[in-house]
Design a protein around this ligand. Structure first.
Ligand code: HEM
Length: 152
């Protein structure tokens, strides 16, 4: 019980940092940078945010996998057809999209980042932010037994 409370609390704290930081970036910092056509505004924010954002994502992954095991048992049960397993599958899919975009941005887009290429990075930021919100909505639904749409 104590470890469930600890892992869930760390998971929620990590969610506030990851989702909150990305919403600030996507909704306030990015529009300013695009309006002023200054990529440096985004890179300055990202350099500071990644010090806390990347550890937060790491915490999400470790605690999320632990919570999934707590609820569903070993990973061979995570791909069954019940509604909680479907939410875990959705979260693993969102994780693949998030990590894929982050790796692409870090190694392909950011090294060539300039005021002219900022719109490409902007799409990465918007999709990762949307995925962060979907992570929260999917996670919160688990307490209600998963999405009704997944029930049968
Ligand atoms: C940045 C990524 C993530 C965010 C923002 C996030 C967010 C959340 C939130 C807000 C909750 C609701 C907590 C509550 O019930 O009060 C939650 C629950 C949960 N998350 Fe995540 N999550 C993320 C990644 C993951 C990953 C990678 C997994 C593993 C597959 C995962 C598995 C779970 C599980 C199993 C729960 C249910 C916990 C419970 O109610 O017992 N999450 N998540």
């Amino acid at each position: 019980m104590a470890s469930y409370y600890t892992f869930l609390s760390l998971h929620i704290l990590g969610a506030t940092i990851w989702a909150g930081g990305h919403l600030v970036l996507a909704l306030t910092i990015l529009p300013d940078a695009l309006r002023q056509q200054r990529a440096a505004i985004v890179s300055q924010f990202e350099q500071r945010f990644e010090r806390i954002g990347l550890p937060a994502l790491g915490v999400q992954i470790v605690t999320g996998l632990w919570l999934a095991e707590h609820l569903l048992g070993s990973p061979d049960h995570w791909f069954e057809g019940n509604s909680v397993a479907r939410v875990v599958q959705l979260k693993l899919g969102l994780l693949a999209v998030t990590v894929g975009l982050a790796v692409h941005a870090r190694f392909r887009v950011i090294p060539k980042l300039s005021d002219a290429t900022l719109p490409t990075l902007a799409w990465h930021i918007r999709i990762v932010s949307l995925a962060a919100v979907l992570f929260v909505l999917a996670g919160a639904s688990i307490r209600f037994g998963g999405y009704p749409v997944f029930r049968h």
